[in-house]
Design a protein around this ligand. Structure first.
Ligand SMILES: O=C(O)CCC(=O)C(=O)O
Ligand SMILES: [Fe+2]
Length: 327
């Protein structure tokens, strides 16, 4: 039996069996798994900033009132349930997947596999402009934290936000850093990853490679050098000839750790509660683990990008998400 702290985890007062974080393909070795460091929202601002700066991420517990987040979860699944994604007889806020349906049909927007019905695709698109969701994106607790962390008078949220419902045993998000996708804009941006609902440790939450912003920058510098001769539109694309499939660095977090990170650092994991938010640097390397939730709950989240108002933003991202928008 391995002696790493992740072998037996104490979660909500109960012992949980061995923690296995699945990458998009295969497992990440236990010894390469650590814990994301949680920070209370009322910690001194200087500490919050320091952690974001030093760790490349800042995991704030209970930043947003739980009920405000669960309201969005409820609205999302009420809106999307006519597609058949939910187990009949269950409450939309629980988001329990109907495992008798075709998983590929419900793979969500990250998987490149859209529903065949146009009506259902339309539901995926319009979920991103539901009034309750848009109101949530203006949440004062979230916005105030962004401004405080960044010393900004005013912030801009890029319109292209990504509501990702990851069904149990479906595909998860490949290894990447966000700047890959937001190259056309010189200013710094801050990502906020917002779980919309509780996510168990094996429920498909985000995983971060520790101390990886430096490696992300090195990789991006290399891409920049190699893209020097490409036309402008390709140079800024995450899908140009130098890039991997879907613009990601890898679809296997375990082998990425060995081959690219040379075995350095750990993949940091956590469970998440509705109301938690993780902020991260444009170069911090991350992906998501596979959703293996014991209760069959769908992992719902959104990812948001903030810039300082008036700065050099990636304007391609000022349109709401649509399939095939090329980003
Ligand atoms: O939710 C996910 O699986 C991916 C999110 C992400 O990559 C981000 O927020 O930057
Ligand atoms: Fe990301």
């Amino acid at each position: 039996m391995s002696t790493t702290t992740t072998t037996t985890e104490i979660i909500h007062g109960q012992h949980q069996k061995r923690l296995t974080v699945k990458g998009i393909k295969g497992d990440i070795d236990d010894q390469h798994i650590g814990r994301l460091r949680p920070t209370p929202k009322d910690a001194p601002l200087s500490e919050l900033k320091q952690q974001l700066d030093e760790d490349g991420y800042l995991f704030i517990k209970n930043l947003i009132p739980r009920d405000d987040v669960l309201h969005v979860r409820q609205k999302y699944f009420e809106h999307y349930s006519p597609t058949g994604i939910l187990l009949p007889g269950t409450n939309p806020v629980d988001g329990v997947f109907n495992a008798t349906t075709d998983p590929a049909y419900h793979a969500g927007l990250g998987a490149g596999n859209l529903p065949s019905s146009e009506d259902d695709v339309e539901k995926l698109i319009s979920a991103h402009v539901l009034p309750d969701y848009l109101k949530f994106l203006d949440h004062p607790d979230l916005r105030a934290m962004v401004r405080a962390l960044m010393n900004w008078d005013r912030e801009i949220l890029l319109r292209r936000t990504l509501l990702r419902h990851n069904i149990p045993h479906g595909l998860s998000t490949g290894v990447h850093y966000d700047k890959l996708f937001l190259r056309d804009g010189g200013a710094y941006f801050l990502t906020a990853w917002v779980p919309i609902g509780d996510i168990a440790l094996n429920g498909g939450g985000l995983i971060y490679l520790s101390d990886s912003a430096g490696l992300g920058r090195e990789i991006e510098d290399d891409f920049t050098r190699r893209a020097a001769t490409l036309p402008e539109s390709e140079r800024v694309s995450a899908f140009n000839v130098n890039m991997g499939q879907f613009g990601q660095l890898s679809d296997d977090a375990g082998s990425f750790h060995v081959e690219w990170a040379k075995g350095k650092g750990k993949w940091l994991v956590s469970d998440f509660e509705a109301g938690d938010v993780v902020f991260h640097d444009p170069y911090t390397i991350h992906g998501s683990s596979r959703n293996e939730d014991a209760e069959g709950r769908i992992r719902l989240s959104t990812d948001l990008r903030f810039y300082e108002e008036g700065s050099d933003i990636d304007a391609r991202w000022m349109r709401y998400w649509t399939p095939g928008d090329g980003l």
